[in-house]
Design a protein around this ligand. Structure first.
Ligand code: SF4
Length: 310
């Protein structure tokens, strides 16, 4: 008998969304990019091929039962271990989520496929779409995002622009700045011109805060990030810190929840404490025990300890 996957995770305390119940639509690192800053490691299957990577009916069944168990959810968020718009049943899944819940639905995407009619139609069923754009020229796009060869920056930006025009919800554009790659002032100014074309309601600048797939991907200082955000004008800002009370997870084994979180992104003890609604000391005890048991290992990035699945 086929083993059922786990497609719902969290709620996690998202810096942008508050309590976010995650829906994971592709296996780990199925993506059409292989970003140098990716917190999930190198892309194992780089493809633009849209497929039913996970069964839509099981995703919706699992979501239904988690919605009955959980409280403190602000958004149902399609994100996770790879690029969610690669799932060919995206429209069916978002429509199914709408039938199950009145909570707002967000899609966190690299935005590369928003020019595809089916992807745009599916994403238009969400309330909020958070695409990313890290480059103002093709060479930087290739260096930072390492996309499939079928993708060009101009097509990606054109896709975002036409999606935004036809979408009635909100678009918050995320820009990930990496020291030495895309964070010079002239690069950010040119990004500003592309962002004007896309015209998102918000622009959020971010930098490398979790261990990246490429050790050359270094973060910017906070003050520099704020200075560059100011160049992009009134709608732009650095991603805010997480609110301590924004996500509370109540049921299920704590170890299982930690494993589900950490599989999707490296987590600090603070992240785990927030996601599980426990204090820092309890989270540390749990993480240290799981490390001793060999279920987790740890790595240090910018003086913070992150836990990962070995
Ligand atoms: S950061 Fe997102 S878009 Fe980039 S490789 Fe990782 S999963 Fe793909």
């Amino acid at each position: 008998m086929r083993e059922r996957g786990v497609y719902i995770y969290g709620p996690v305390a998202s810096r942008r969304l508050g309590g976010s119940l995650g829906v994971d639509l592709v296996p780990r690192k199925v993506c059409d990019y292989d970003c140098i800053y990716c917190q999930l490691g190198r892309t194992t299957r780089r493809t633009v091929r849209r497929e039913a990577y996970v069964p839509a009916d099981e995703v919706l069944e699992q979501l239904e039962s988690r919605l009955e168990e959980e409280s403190g959810i602000d958004y149902i968020t399609l994100a996770g271990s790879g690029e969610p718009t690669l799932h060919s049943g995206l429209a069916e899944i978002i429509a199914g989520i709408r039938r199950l819940s009145a909570l707002p639905v967000a899609v966190i995407t690299n935005g590369s496929l928003l020019g595809d009619d089916d992807v745009a139609t599916a994403c238009a069923l969400a309330d909020l779409v958070i695409p990313s754009l890290d480059a103002a020229d093709e060479a930087t796009f290739q260096a930072v995002n390492r996309p499939c060869e079928d993708l060009s920056l101009e097509d990606v930006v054109g896709g975002m622009e036409s999606f935004r025009k036809g979408f009635h919800g909100e678009v918050w554009l995320e820009v990930m700045l990496v020291e030495g790659y895309n964070a010079r002032e002239d690069q950010v100014r040119r990004l500003g011109a592309l962002i004007e074309r896309i015209s998102p309601q918000k622009v959020q600048l971010n930098t490398v805060v979790r261990p990246p797939s490429d050790p050359d991907a270094k973060p910017l200082e906070e003050a520099e990030l704020a200075r560059l955000a100011a160049l992009l004008g009134a709608g732009a800002g650095a991603v805010p810190p997480v609110s301590r009370s924004s996500a509370v997870s109540s049921l299920g084994s704590r170890e299982q929840k930690v494993l589900h979180l950490v599989r999707r992104r490296p987590c600090t003890a603070d992240d785990v404490a927030r996601a599980l609604g426990i204090n820092y000391t309890e989270a540390m005890k749990l993480l240290v025990q799981m490390e001793v048991d060999g279920r987790l290992s740890s790595t240090v990035q910018e003086k913070k300890t992150f836990y990962i699945v070995p």
